[in-house]
Design a protein around this ligand. Sequence first.
Ligand SMILES: O=C[C@H](O)COP(=O)(O)O
Length: 227
Amino acid sequence: MEFLLDTVHIADIKKYAGIIPLSGVTSNPSIVKKEGKIDFFNHMKAIRQIIGLDASFHIQVVGQTTEAMVEDAHTILKNVDDHVFIKIPTNEAGLAAIKQLKSEGVNVTATAIYTKFQGYLAMSAGADYLAPYYNRMVNMNINADEVIGELAAQICRENSNTKILAASFHTVQQVNSAFEMGAQAATMSADILNTALTAPAIGAAVKDFTNDWESIYGVGTTVTSLK
Ligand SMILES: O=C[C@H](O)COP(=O)(O)O
């Protein structure tokens, strides 16, 4: 399982890089907009510094034509680093760009996937990751679990190296479901991690354990201090 952060907020990336087994970071223009008019390339390089070259870093093109997408990709690779996974929307122009970039050996993530068919095409074009949009599919009355499950089954049938990087999550349950349907990776907001790890029940359990321990050994005593 790969857990990625769907944010370019430096403080959140620093925080969760120290907490979870962080496999990478994903970005798109709407995520960038949340940070305001950042110094784009320096900001992206700062994220790479935090996550390291072993983590996958997915940055999206903005161009609308195949040529503009490929040009954006080359600019990102030159000005951030050549390990970046270039995120390309899975439409006509995007599929052509994916084919071209894969022929150059570029890492590619096919994004904006709402249907199995888009996923199958992106997989055939050689995309390294497919990014199906879980919550957006739910909002469109598309069965996100079925889409992810069938993409995962096709990856198995073909013994393909393509991975599913599920995205667009609004709940912890959606993330669980994507993994259970066969997604190899999921990218999520810091809010989802915060919700999952700060549930009141967890805090209450920890407090009960502390109270029981201190009732035996005294307030402030730790396991280490008994040695
Ligand atoms: O890059 C894709 C995002 O994960 C989409 O998430 P969203 O549906 O919350 O905008």
